[in-house]
Ligand binder design. Structure first.
Ligand SMILES: CC(C)(COP(=O)(O)OP(=O)(O)OC[C@H]1O[C@@H](n2cnc3c(N)ncnc32)[C@H](O)[C@@H]1OP(=O)(O)O)[C@@H](O)C(=O)NCCC(=O)NCCS
Length: 231
C-alpha cells in the first residue's frame, strides 16, 4: 500500500494513468531512481539522493512534484523547484550555487520567482507528455502563488554533438530559430519558455559542454515591468 490514493492530484493525463502529485517522503527512492536515469553524465556530487528529496519536501513542499504511474505503480517523472529573487543582470551562477548544493538552502520563502532546479522523465516514459504535465503544474503554481514567473538553467544536451562545428551562442540561436532541435531546450521553448542568456560552467556535464541556458516564462497574469500590471 503506497498511499497514493490519499494524495490530492494536481493534474493527470487524459486516460488517468499518470497523476501529478506533491512528492512524498516515501517516494524518495523512486525520485532518486528517476534522477539517476535522467542524468547519467552528472558527477556523483551533483546528483540528488533520497535525503535531498526528503529535505526539499520540508523546505518547500508545494514546489516538489512527482508523476505517478498508476499502472506500474512507480514514480515516472519529477521536478524540483524553489523560490528566489532574481537579479537578471547577474543570472549566470553555477547550478550547485543556485540550489545550495542540492539542499535548497537558497530557497527564499518570499522570493518573487519560481526557480526550476530539476526536471526529469524516466527514459522509458519519454514522449508521452509527462514533462508537459510537470511544466503545466509548475506554471499553475506560479499563477496560484502570484509569482513573477518561472526561471531555470536549461541543459542544452544536444550541444556536445555540435560543439566541434559552432560556438554555444550560435547553437542556441539556431535552436531558437528551430533550425536545430535540442532534446531539452526545444521542449522548453515549445512550453513557452524564452532564452535570457548563456551560463558558462553551469554544471559538470559533457553533453552540454558544461553550459546552461537561462530561460524565463513570465506569469501572464502580471505582465512585465515595462507594460505594468495586466488590465
Ligand atoms: C527533456 C525531458 C524532460 C522531456 O520529457 P518528455 O516527457 O519526453 O517530454 P514531452 O513528452 O512532454 O514532450 C517531448 C516532445 O518530444 C516529442 N517526442 C516524440 N517522441 C519522443 C521520444 N521518444 N522521446 C522524447 N520525446 C519525444 C514529444 O511528442 C514532444 O513534442 P512537442 O514538444 O512537439 O510536444 C526529458 O527528455 C528528460 O527527462 N530528459 C533528461 C533530463 C533533462 O535533461 N532534464 C532537463 C534539465 S534542464
Amino acid at each position: 500500500m503506497n498511499g497514493i490514493q490519499e494524495l490530492k492530484a494536481v493534474s493527470s493525463s487524459q486516460d488517468g494513468r499518470f497523476v501529478v502529485v506533491q512528492s512524498q517522503p516515501w517516494m524518495a527512492e523512486g525520485l532518486t531512481a528517476v534522477q539517476r536515469a535522467c542524468f547519467p553524465e552528472l558527477s556523483e556530487a551533483e546528483l540528488m539522493g533520497p535525503e535531498h528529496y526528503r529535505q526539499h519536501q520540508l523546505v518547500f513542499a508545494e514546489g516538489q512534484f512527482a508523476v505517478w504511474d498508476n499502472v506500474q505503480e512507480r514514480v515516472a517523472a519529477c521536478s524540483t523547484d524553489l523560490r528566489m529573487n532574481v537579479d537578471f543582470a547577474r543570472y549566470a551562477h553555477p547550478y550547485m550555487q543556485e540550489v545550495g548544493d542540492n539542499t535548497l538552502s537558497t530557497h527564499q520563502p518570499q522570493g518573487e520567482w519560481l526557480y526550476g532546479a530539476d526536471i526529469g522523465v524516466h527514459p522509458g516514459y519519454r514522449g508521452q507528455g509527462l514533462s508537459t504535465l510537470l511544466y503545466s503544474a509548475r506554471q499553475a503554481l506560479v499563477r496560484r502563488l502570484g509569482l513573477r514567473g518561472h526561471v531555470a538553467g536549461a541543459m542544452p544536451k544536444g550541444y556536445g554533438r555540435h560543439a566541434h562545428a559552432m560556438p554555444i551562442e550560435e547553437y542556441v540561436y539556431r535552436v531558437v530559430l528551430n533550425e536545430l532541435q535540442d532534446p531539452v531546450l526545444s521542449v522548453q521553448l515549445r512550453r513557452h519558455y524564452r532564452v535570457w542568456g548563456i551560463i558558462p560552467d553551469y554544471l559538470d556535464d559533457p553533453s552540454c559542454r558544461n553550459y546552461g541556458v537561462f530561460i524565463v516564462w513570465r506569469n501572464p497574469d502580471l505582465g512585465w515591468p515595462e507594460r505594468g500590471a495586466a488590465q
